[in-house]
Design a protein around this ligand. Sequence first.
Ligand code: FAD
Ligand code: SF4
Ligand code: SF4
Length: 453
Amino acid sequence: HRLFLKRKSRLASALFMEVPVGIPIDPEGRPYKFPAKEHCSKCGLCETSYVARVKEACAFLEPGMSRIDTLETKVHGRRRKTTDDKTIVQADERRFGVQYQPLRLARGISMPGAQWTGVVSSIAISMLETRQVDAVACVASNEETWSNPNPILAQTTDEVLKGRGVKPSLAPSLNILDEVKNDPSIRRLLFCGVGCSVQALRSIENELGIEIFILGTNCVDNSPSPGAAAAFIEKGAKVFSDSVRGYEFMQDFRVHVKTEETYLTIPYFCLPGTIAESSIAKSCRSCFDYTNALADVVVGYMAAPLDGKSRMDESWQTVTVRNERGNQMVETAITQGRLEVGDIVRGSGDHQQLAIATTKSDALVQAMVGGKVQENGMPLWLGNIMATVLRKVSAKGIAFARYSIDYHIVRNYFHVLNEWGEHRARSSTPQFALEIVDEYLEMDSTLKGYAAK
Ligand code: FAD
Ligand code: SF4
Ligand code: SF4
C-alpha cells in the first residue's frame, strides 16, 4: 500500500512539476539522480519546480557553460572583448569578463566574522536596508556545524549576517526558488551565488517574474561535501577540522586557515597530491566560470595585493562591476558607509610560464595522463622556501589572477576532454576559454601531447 502511495505521489509530483521525461524523481518530487550525474554541482535548481527547465539551465548539460557566450549579451548588453594585450597591467575582459568599469579594490567596514572583510555581506545588507530589495538569498550554516551550507532567504540584517563566511562545499543556493515564487511580498530579490548557480538562475529568471540583482563571488575547486572539506583540512593541512572556521588558497602560494584559536598558513607544495581527487568536486573540474560571468557585480580576492603578513580578514578584496545594476549595488554600500573602495587593480610578472608549470605538475592532470601522483607533499621548511621565493619573483596582483584563471581553464579542459571526448568538450566550453586553451597547447608541446592522449 505504501509503495503504491509512493508511486502515486511521484506521478503527481511529476505532473505538477512538469519534470522532463526520463528524469527519475523521489516522492518529494526531487530527482533521485540529478541529470548532470557525477558532474552535478548541486546548485539547487533540481530541488525545485524549476527542474522542468533543467535542460536549458544546467551548466553541466550540453551546451553547458558555452551558454555564457550568448547569455552575456542578454544580461550585460554585450559580450566580453577577447583581445589579449600581454602588456596591459589591468584586468582583461577575456579572463575577467564584461567590465562596466575597471576592477577596483574593496574592503567591508566593521564586518567581523566575514570570510574576508565582508564586502559581500556589506553590499547585501545595504541593498536590503535601503529597501531596494525585499529579500537576500544567501548561504548560511546549518545548526550542526559552520561548514554545512544552508541556503536561506534573508529578510532582515541579522539574517543576512548568517551568510558571513564561506562554507567550503557545494551549496544548493537555488533551492529557495519555490519559496520566492510563493511569497508575494518578494518582488525584488538579491541573489548571492557562485558561477554555476548564477548561470542556471539567468537561464530561468524571466519565469520568476520578479526583479533580480546578482551579487556573485569568484569560485574555483569547491569540495563535493562538507565531509570531503573536513577530510582535506585534516589530512592536507593537518588541522583538526572542528576548530576550523574558514580557509582559502591564497595569492602567496599558501592555504590560510582560520581556526577558533589561531591563524595558520601552509604552503600549497606541502599538501599531498593524492588529496585533490577526493577534495575537488567533478563539477568544479568541468567549470569555466571562475570569475562569474553573468553576475551584476563580482567579489573575489585573487587579483588583490597581499602583504606577506596579511590575514584574509584584514586584506583588500576586488569588485568587478559588470553593468549599471552592479554599479548601483556598490554605490549603495559606499553611500551607506559599509564599503570602502580603493585603486584600480594592477599586476606584475609573467603568468603563462607559471600556469604551464602548475598544470604539468598538477595531480589531477598527472592522474589523467598516467603520470605519478605524489603521495606526500614537500617538507614544511622546503615548502616555505618555495612559497617565499615564488611570491617574490613571480606573478602578482592581476598577473597572479591571470595565472590562476589560465591554469584552471587548461586543467579543466583536460578533464572534460577525458570525460566527454573532443566534440562535447569543445561545444561545452565558452569561446574565451577555448581560445586560452588553444594558445597554451600551441605554446607548450607537452601540454599538446596531453590533449592528444
Ligand atoms: P562574506 O561577507 O563573508 O559573505 C560570504 C558570502 O558567501 C555569503 O553571501 C554566502 O552566501 C556566500 N557563500 C558561503 N558559502 C558558500 C558556498 N558554499 N557556495 C556559494 N556561496 C557561498 N575568490 C577568489 O578570488 N578565488 C577563489 O578561488 C575563490 N573561491 C571561492 C570558492 C567558494 C566556494 C566561494 C563561495 C567563494 C570563493 N571565492 C574565491 C570568493 C571569496 O572566498 C570570498 O567569498 C569573497 O571574497 C567574499 O568574501 P567576503 O568577506 O566579502 O564574504
Ligand atoms: Fe540540476 Fe543544478 Fe545539478 Fe544541473 S547542477 S543537475 S541544474 S542541481
Ligand atoms: Fe560551481 Fe564552478 Fe564554483 Fe564548482 S567551481 S561550485 S562548478 S562555480
